[in-house]
Design a protein around this ligand. Sequence first.
Ligand code: HEC
Length: 135
Amino acid sequence: MKKSQNLALALGAAAMLAGLCAPAGALEITLPPDNASLKPSTLPGYQKALQNCIACHSAQYMQTQPALSHAWWTAEVQKMKKAYGAPIPDADMSEIADYLFQAYGAGRGANEANAPARAAAHATKTSAPARAAGK
Ligand code: HEC
């Protein structure tokens, strides 16, 4: 190989490296809305649900339920523990059910009068029409 060819190769490699590195700082990635996590809440059961309810499956399992009763959510939390072996402390069960009932059950929306920003954020989600229809 001639010297000039070597130089050309080296320059080419340098240009490629520069090309690879330059845009890295400028890249912007917009992720889709994160539906995998639980709806934030100030209720104590929210933190406990984060710890106990999304280890095996995503929060989509909760999001896709219709507006069910408090009794249903209580039974659901018990089912996760007894049937599927979720290691949920007994002392936390009822707070988790309270949170789930208010975030996803028939009690949803009850707190949103006090949190307009959150209500507005929810309005853009796919569950909005079902909620508007009173389901
Ligand atoms: C040990 C693993 C595990 C944990 C932890 C767990 N789940 Fe589940 N969950 C499952 C399994 C397994 C299914 C059934 C999966 C399927 O049918 O595809 C399920 C299904 C569900 C469903 C769908 C309806 C149903 O009954 O099948 C909901 C709602 C749900 N879980 C809520 C919760 C909640 C709330 C918590 C926290 C209290 C929780 N899960 C914690 C394993 C778990």
